[in-house]
Design a protein around this ligand. Structure first.
Ligand code: NI
Length: 377
């Protein structure tokens, strides 16, 4: 009991220090060194990989069995912190505003507890401290490194400020959205504001595109698809009496099925082709496909719910969320389950005043400890 209290205090302290020193995606060098040091100090072997940032550790049980993986993410966001906590970021313009400091500390805690009990483990647990989640590039790099080749099940989590501390939420199937980003360049012909017939006006075309995109979701996908299409940037023009020669739009699409994802992209392309033809104007679409949906395996989600109860959580079946999470890439290769753990608000993820309740930390450690034993049972 006192050992666990000491570990909890150590992890809270670790989390606060990590919070003070946030590093952005792909730049997590000090964070990586710090995680390696804690693992090494606790006698937990590190798996050497070609990854520049991020850490993979391995706990081999006393008896042979499957290989499973527990994953945390470690990167911060380019946000000026306004949380007012005494351990606020010391690096101006960088902040752990998504709680990846919390995630790292939880998986470190689970690693320490599991390593102390490795004589009782029937198999191997890999601990993945993944870089560059915020730019949805880190998971693919871990997969490419080959370190997960033998892994049979993978588990992860995100803190959720909208859930109270002591609550764990999850669901079978799609939990987060497939994320796409699009950029549109419209190449018209400038003209005098008084002589539009001598040019090709990109502003009129912008208006048509914004209107034409609205029914792409509402008239093509079923009402329960929960898909979203948002145009988030529009730029064109300099002054009142000149028709500009170009315009730029940017936006995002969120989907919860691969089929709808393909359908929406197809409808966007067809709509733009039609508008370009009708207006005799050049329209270029640049499509950035980001991560697919986190999609939870039924069997492993049932096991995770049992571990949640064992760890003392109030367990909830939650609705899917339109956020993106690159854990989805792992689940394309390996069945697994992802959960949301209540971190007690009041500010949402990515908010400059975001903060995590320390009381949420150790129960999350106990969840992953229980989960590893149940999955390897
Ligand atoms: Ni996050």
């Amino acid at each position: 009991m006192t050992d666990e209290k000491a570990l909890e205090n150590f992890l809270i302290d670790y989390r606060r220090k990590m919070h003070q020193h946030p590093e952005l995606s792909t730049e997590e060098y000090q964070t990586t060194a710090d995680i390696r040091r804690v693992l090494t100090d606790h006698g937990i072997p590190i798996v050497e990989t070609p990854l520049k940032t991020g850490v993979v550790a391995k706990i081999k049980g006393a008896t042979k069995g499957p290989v499973i993986a527990l994953r945390a993410d470690i990167d911060a966001l380019p946000i000026v912190e306004q949380s007012g906590v005494p351990y606020a970021s010391e690096f101006h313009g960088k902040m752990h505003a998504c709680g990846h400091d919390f995630h790292t500390s939880v998986i470190l805690g689970a690693a320490i507890l599991l390593n102390q009990q490795k004589e009782k483990l029937h198999g191997t647990v890999l601990l993945i401290f993944q870089a560059a989640e915020e730019i949805a590039q880190g998971a693919s790099k871990v997969i490419e490194s080959g370190v997960l080749n033998d892994v049979e099940a993978i588990f992860g989590f995100h803190n959720d400020p909208s859930l109270p501390v002591g609550t764990l939420g999850t669901k079978v199937g799609e939990l987060t959205a497939a994320v796409d980003r699009f950029e549109i360049n419209i190449k018209g012909n400038g003209a005098h504001g008084a002589k539009p017939h001598e040019g090709v006006d990109p502003l009129v075309v912008i208006a048509q595109i914004i209107q034409a995109f609205q029914p792409i979701i509402s008239r093509n996908l079923a009402p329960d698809s929960h898909a979203v299409l948002s145009i988030t940037q529009v730029h064109s023009g300099e002054t009142w009496n000149v028709i500009p020669d170009r315009a730029y739009l940017e936006g995002t699409v969120r989907n919860f099925s691969a089929e709808n994802r393909t359908k929406v992209e197809h409808r966007i392309r067809a709509t733009l082709e039609g508008i370009a033809l009708a207006n005799e104007i050049g329209i270029e679409l640049i499509w950035h496909a980001s991560c697919p949906s986190v999609t939870n395996d039924q069997k492993w989600t049932e096991v995770s719910l049992k571990a949640s109860e064992e760890a003392g959580f109030a367990t909830r079946i939650i609705k899917e969320s339109a956020i993106g999470e690159d854990f989805a890439y792992y689940q394309e290769k390996i069945p697994g389950s992802f959960v949301m753990i209540g971190s007690g608000g009041p500010y949402e993820l990515h908010h400059p005043k975001f903060r995590v309740d320390d009381r949420a930390l150790f129960p999350a450690v106990k969840y992953f400890e229980a989960l590893a034993f149940k999955v390897l049972a």
